[in-house]
Write a protein that binds this ligand. Structure first.
Ligand SMILES: Cc1cc2nc3c(=O)[nH]c(=O)nc-3n(C[C@H](O)[C@H](O)[C@H](O)COP(=O)(O)O)c2cc1C
Length: 215
């Protein structure tokens, strides 16, 4: 089929690129959420956006579980806090906990119950291709990473805050959410609105000179 590509005047390209950067740089990982509900339609559209991601052989190796049930959220919190207790109490090398010290995080994860929605993202080992043949997914991790980046950006652009959460290990997600063992938990996205008193760590992003070279 013919590509539908909209060429923009250069002046518009420049302002769109600047506007996009100005928008995405206001995204921050939020760890204190209001319980106000989020419209399903917004989440669905953001998931559709994530599903447009480029991916290995178009096998689309992702599955998204949207969790709103208080019972399921509380199961996830209990399991995550159990693992996080081990994580923060000698379960991982000190080098790792030293690296995240500035975030002031600990084993307590109230946002897993307080936030209105969680999205558990799974990476599939195989999926059916366009002919219905079960195929091994290549570059699955890269593909799911790109889709997740689009999802986080879409949610942010829609006015929602997120936290990228990776309780370690995450296998409990398969059990609680009844996903097959062939699906690897990729990460857990917490979605909602920040509390009015929400604070974030004062961090700095690298400037352009240190993240790119021209060749
Ligand atoms: C793959 C990945 C895993 C992360 N896991 C956690 C986590 O388990 N808990 C947490 O509080 N933050 C987690 N974060 C959030 C990072 O700490 C955060 O993105 C980073 O400090 C930069 O801050 P910013 O998102 O506000 O720009 C994770 C981020 C990524 C990309």
């Amino acid at each position: 089929m013919k590509l539908n590509f909209q060429t923009k005047p250069e002046v518009q390209m420049r302002s769109t690129a600047i506007d996009f950067y100005e928008q995405v740089k206001t995204r921050r990982s939020v760890r204190k959420f209001k319980s106000d509900p989020v419209p399903d339609e917004i989440i669905e559209n953001c998931l559709l956006a994530a599903g447009t991601a480029p991916n290995g052989a178009n096998l689309q190796p992702w599955h998204f579980c949207v969790i709103k049930s208080p019972e399921v959220k509380s199961k996830l919190r209990a399991a995550a806090e159990l693992h996080e207790h081990k994580f923060y109490n000698g379960g991982v090398p000190k080098e790792w906990t030293d690296t995240i010290k500035h975030l002031n995080t600990n084993e307590s994860k109230p946002f897993l119950e307080e936030a209105p929605a969680l999205i558990a993202i799974f990476q599939k080992a195989t999926t059916k291709d366009h002919e219905g043949i079960e195929r091994k997914c290549y570059y699955a991790k890269e593909s799911v990473g790109i889709a997740t980046g689009i999802l986080i950006t879409a949610l942010h652009q829609s006015g929602l805050a997120t936290l990228t959460h990776t309780p370690s290990p995450m296998n409990f997600l398969n059990k609680v959410l009844d996903r097959p063992s062939s699906e690897k938990p990729f990460l857990l996205l917490i979605v909602g609105y920040p509390t009015d008193d929400c604070e974030v760590p004062d961090i700095v992003k690298h400037g352009i000179e240190s993240i790119r070279t021209y060749h």
